[in-house]
Each structure stands twice: as structure tokens, then as C-alpha cells.
Design a binder for this molecule. Structure first.
Ligand code: ATP
Ligand code: MG
Length: 495
């Protein structure tokens, strides 16, 4: 029997036809993915099922019976639960209180009884939570489990999850998938919305693709592929990303090969990352937060040693040098966190000299005059709103970021590692930093730009490498890069 059947659903918002003649079937005990580009109508369809929107027309059947759902309350009564990205939990209350909240049938329970009930439910459904913990102390993954348990506690037999993995780190995704696989075995049916094709292929039984508000197709996982799904989503025969060899650069001076970083669990944080950067080239590294960009930066700057692989600068192995030695060798960096590598209590001048104190030491004495003079020059050149003697921590975020950038660039590095260089900066400062990166490129510096801002990567890079779950999915020359192509790679789609 079908758990859910939605027939000929129509829903418009003014001129926008969010759902047009949508037919959707969820079998009992299956995990069914809803896939589609932004704005395809996925959330709308699920909000209709959960009673948050009223369809303009169409019918809904649950367990074969026609229903009219006008509110989430009625949806819950019909056995439908929904977990969204925007959690509806009350942070100051305990897990147990949140689970039970609004579902006590008028019976007043003691704190102890509530916790006992929730512990029993946690055990029964195999969804791990700590009943007495306060929700405000929980991680995102833990909060999500509370939301799931809350739905199950209300006897949900159909669970809607709208992009549940978007907010999770990879380990939490594994835990979620394990829980879902267990739950469907005991009869739960799940609708799973995601943009990540790899996940969809990993966890779902069937997939319905929506395009422009209409169903493009419903397919079995075993009878499709990531490439086919991507084609259904964008509605074109091919989306042909011509992937380049990661070392296709004219004058490579910086070369990464086979860099691997083991994680705490079996999963690798970085796996076999290889690429080259040439003089006067910006290599952008795009990726969704949490896919290894941060760790890659730490390996490149010598803060974390890789488990395997090598890094070469002008043919010389620099893999196991210290951060200071790497910088000496000609690799400049703007750290992803501007508080890393600076000392707030010291002055601007001292911070600028910090990594090159050797250059300012003469017969064991620190040449404070030269530190100040050099700082004044740099401050002027980089238009930093501060004096050499100001304490760094008193500077605005944008000016602090300029200090970090100036320190890296004033050493005339051969390679610059720019990690999230404009995060948190205002429009003016952002423009300034981007212009400086392009200037560096013009002067022959090889720049590695790691940024979560896809527009920034597209605007500045000569070539774009996409990192997904610690692996480089491919390198695309900027002339052929579109947000759509890069976006598909960022979601893990490979040809
Ligand atoms: N409450 C609303 N008012 C007006 N327009 C809406 C409303 N909800 C959705 N829409 C529009 O309906 C269309 C479908 O939106 P929907 O949120 O269902 O897309 P989606 O497939 O979930 O996309 P995404 O992957 O970005 O979450 C979009 O054009 C959206 O702007
Ligand atoms: Mg949506």
C-alpha cells in the first residue's frame, strides 16, 4: 500500500507556478528523494503535505484514504511529521521537555516521568538523545535528532526531511543515515530533500525529480546515475563540464601531489588532493563549508602535517617544514581566521614584523626603529586606518584583515595562500582585497584562493578546482565555469 499519494497538485504564488500537476507516490518503508534545482517546488509540495500551504487543487491520500490537511496539527494526527532546517525547538528547555511539549494529552507529568518516557522512545526508535540535556547545549546534529524523535513520539509514520544534511558535518550525516535505515525497516516512510546527488544515491530507494514545478521523472536508484539525475534536474541533454588535468598550467611553481589527511574515524578528511599552480595564476578552490577547505589551508601553511603526499615549491620538497620555514621559503598566507597568526595585545608594527623577527634583529638586539618605519610604509601602501603603535585588537575587522594581508604581501611571496580573504569585510574592503589579489597575479605570484563565496571564486580565478568531501572533483578553466557547473561539482556530481 502507498503511504502517501499526492495527485494532480497545483499551487501558485501570484504568477509563480510552484507546483503544476504534480503526482507523487511514497511507498511504505521507502526513502524517497525529492530532487530539483533551487525553486523547483520541492519545499512547496512538502509544505502542502504538512498542512502549511493549501494546494489550489489536487488530492492527497494517506494509507489509501483521502485526507484534507489544513494545519501541521492535522498532518501530525494523520501520521505525517516534518523536520526542517529551521528547528522549532525551545533552547532553554531540556531535550525531554521539547519532545513531549504540546503532546501530553492534558496529563501533567513530572520531570522524571517525562525523561523516562523520552529515554524509552529514544531506545525504541534507536535515535540517540540525552533526555536531560538542555537543547541550547546541543550540536546541530543532536538538535536534529531531537526533532526526529519529537516527530516519532507523535507517532509519525511518514517523515519529511527538508535538506537535513545541509547543516550537518559528514560524521553526523553518517549517523543520520544509519538512523533512517533502521527506522524504515520498522515501517517508517521517509521523504528526503537534498541537493547532494551522492547522498541521494547512497540512502534513497527512489527519486522524484522536480523541474520548474513539474515532475520531470520518478526513477529507482538502481536504474539511474548521478549524471542522469543531474540532466533531469537541469533539463538538458548534457551539461558537459570539461574537466582539466589539475596540473594543466603553463609554468607550475607550486605542486601538490596525493595529499591525504586521515580523520578520527575511518573517513579521510583530505584524500589524494593533487594540483599545480603556475606563476601569475589564481587557482580558486571552491567548496561548501565542511568539505575540507579549512583543513587544506592548515596543511598548505604547515599547521597540520599531512598523513601522505607531498608539496613542492619550485621543485623543492617543503611538505614537512614548519609554518615559519614555509613562509621563509616564499609561501605567504592570509589565514582563514584573522586572529590566527596575530597577537591582539601587540602593536600593529609588532604584528607586521612578527613572522620575520630575524630580519629585524642585529647582534641579538631588536631594531625597533626599523620595525616602526617599515610599518609606517606598509600602513600607507595598504591604506590601513591605524598607526604603527596602535594595539592590533583595537582595529576594526577590516583593518585587521588588511594587516594580515599586508604582512603576507610585503614579503613578496612566490605563492600566496589566500583563505577566505574577504570573509566579514565590508564592500569597500572586499573590493580592495580582491584588487590586491589580482595585482599579485599580475606581478607573477601564484595565488591559491580558498573561498566559500562562489561569486568571488568565479570572479578572480583562472582555474577553479572543486573540493567535495575532501577530494578534488575536478578543475574547470574559468572561461567554461558557470555557477551551475561548479555548483553541480560542489554537490558531488561526477561524470
Ligand atoms: N510563500 C511563498 N510566497 C511566494 N512565493 C513562494 C512562496 N513559497 C515558495 N514560493 C516560490 O515558489 C517557487 C518554488 O519554491 P520552493 O521553495 O518550493 O522551491 P525548492 O524546490 O524548495 O527550492 P530550494 O532548493 O531552493 O529550497 C519559487 O519560485 C519560490 O520563490
Ligand atoms: Mg526548499
Amino acid at each position: 500500500m502507498l503511504a502517501v499519494e499526492m495527485k494532480n497538485i497545483y499551487k501558485s504564488f501570484g504568477p509563480v507556478k510552484a507546483n503544476q500537476d504534480v503526482n507523487f507516490e511514497l511507498e511504505q518503508g521507502e526513502i524517497h528523494a525529492l530532487l530539483g534545482e533551487n525553486g523547483a517546488g520541492k519545499t512547496t509540495l512538502m509544505r502542502i503535505l504538512y498542512g502549511l500551504y493549501k494546494a489550489d487543487s489536487g488530492e492527497i491520500f494517506i494509507d489509501g484514504e483521502k485526507v484534507a490537511i489544513h494545519s501541521p496539527k492535522e498532518a501530525i494526527a494523520a501520521g505525517v511529521g516534518m523536520v526542517t532546517q529551521h528547528f522549532t525547538l525551545v533552547p532553554p528547555l531540556t531535550v525531554a521537555e521539547n519532545v513531549v511539549l504540546g503532546y501530553t494529552n492534558g496529563i501533567v507529568l513530572s520531570q522524571k516521568e517525562i525523561e523516562k518516557n523520552v529515554a524509552a522512545a529514544s531506545e525504541k526508535y534507536g535515535v540517540q538523545v540525552n533526555p536531560s540535556a538542555l537543547v541550547k547545549d546541543l550540536s546541530v546534529g543532536e538538535r536534529q535528532r531531537v526533532e526526529i524523535l519529537k516527530a516519532l513520539y507523535r507517532n509519525a509514520r511518514i517523515l519529511i526531511m527538508d535538506e537535513p544534511t545541509a547543516v550537518l558535518v559528514p560524521q553526523e550525516v553518517d549517523v543520520l543515515f544509519e538512523a533512517l535505515n533502521r527506522l524504515v525497516k520498522s515501517g517508517l516512510s521517509v521523504i528526503f530533500i537534498s541537493h547532494k546527488l551522492v547522498e541521494v544515491m547512497a540512502v534513497c530507494d527512489r527519486i522524484t525529480v522536480l523541474r520548474d514545478g513539474k515532475v520531470a521523472n520518478t526513477v529507482k536508484k538502481t536504474e539511474t546515475s548521478q549524471v542522469e539525475l543531474a540532466k533531469m534536474m537541469v533539463g538538458r541533454e548534457t551539461f558537459g563540464v570539461r574537466l582539466q588535468d589539475a596540473c594543466a598550467t603553463s609554468d607550475p611553481i607550486y605542486e601538490l601531489s596525493g595529499i591525504t589527511l586521515d580523520g578520527k574515524h575511518e573517513k579521510k578528511i583530505l584524500e589524494d588532493v593533487s594540483f599545480c599552480v603556475g606563476t601569475g595564476e589564481i587557482l580558486g578552490i571552491a567548496g561548501v563549508s565542511g568539505n575540507g577547505q579549512g583543513e587544506l589551508t592548515e596543511v598548505l601553511t604547515g599547521l597540520v602535517p599531512p598523513s601522505k603526499g607531498s608539496i613542492k615549491l619550485e621543485g623543492k620538497d617543503i611538505t614537512h617544514l614548519s609554518p615559519g620555514q614555509i613562509s621563509e621559503a616564499g609561501v605567504g598566507r592570509t589565514p582563514q581566521d584573522r586572529h590566527q597568526g596575530t597577537i591582539g595585545e601587540l602593536t600593529v608594527a609588532e604584528n607586521l614584523a612578527l613572522e620575520h623577527i630575524k630580519d629585524y634583529t642585529n647582534k641579538g638586539l631588536l631594531d625597533r626603529k626599523k620595525i616602526r618605519e617599515d610599518a609606517a610604509t606598509i600602513i600607507k601602501e595598504f591604506q590601513i586606518k591605524a598607526s604603527p603603535g596602535d594595539q592590533l585588537r583595537k582595529l576594526s575587522g577590516g583593518n585587521m584583515q588588511k594587516v594580515v594581508l599586508a604582512r603576507a604581501l610585503s614579503r613578496k611571496p612566490k605563492v600566496l595562500i589566500a583563505s577566505q580573504p574577504t570573509r566579514g569585510l565590508d564592500v569597500g574592503a572586499t573590493e580592495y582585497v580582491r584588487k590586491r589579489l589580482l595585482d599579485e597575479r599580475a606581478h607573477g605570484t601564484a595565488v591559491i584562493l580558498l573561498s566559500e563565496d562562489l561569486d568571488e571564486v568565479l570572479a578572480l580565478s583562472d582555474r577553479i578546482a572543486v573540493i567535495y568531501e575532501g577530494r578534488i572533483m575536478g578543475v574547470v578553466p574559468s572561461a567554461e565555469a558557470t555557477p551551475e557547473k561548479i555548483g553541480l561539482l560542489m554537490a558531488g556530481a561526477v561524470e
